[in-house]
Design a protein around this ligand. Structure first.
Ligand SMILES: [Zn+2]
Ligand SMILES: [Zn+2]
Length: 125
């Protein structure tokens, strides 16, 4: 394996591509790629989806996909179809519990029950 090969493997690994796919992409034996990946885990780094810059990951934190907010915004702008599936972590305006909303950042309540309770209170006041 040449230095170019290993650099390419690292790059592909950073994009989250498995060793089987890497070996078929590069025409290298699966076992060679596999043992290289084992010896050189890349969990500490990621590659920015927008500009390709290397991102230092924080251990035990969620994996970062972008090097900066500017890249994140540019990428979401270029991939609006992905935004539909974006997950937002929101806080319920009624019960105060955190909840997850897929595809919409302007949901206010975690459930229909909370929405109904909030509306009822509004009507009473
Ligand atoms: Zn970037
Ligand atoms: Zn709620």
């Amino acid at each position: 394996m040449t230095r170019d090969d290993t650099a390419k493997i690292t790059e592909l690994q950073n994009r989250g591509i498995g060793y089987k796919r890497i070996s078929s992409l590069m025409g290298l034996p699966v076992n060679a790629v596999k043992s290289y990946c084992r010896r050189h885990p890349v969990s500490k780094y990621g590659i920015c989806l927008q500009c390709g810059a290397q991102i230092r990951q924080t251990p035990h934190k969620r994996t970062k996909k972008f090097c900066s907010d500017a890249c994140r915004m540019a990428w979401w702008k270029a991939h609006p179809e992905q935004a539909k599936r974006q997950v937002y972590h929101l806080t319920c305006a009624w019960c105060g519990k955190p909840f997850v909303s897929v595809g919409s950042s302007n949901r206010q309540y975690c459930s229909r029950a909370c929405y109904a309770d909030a509306r009822r209170k509004e009507a009473r006041e």
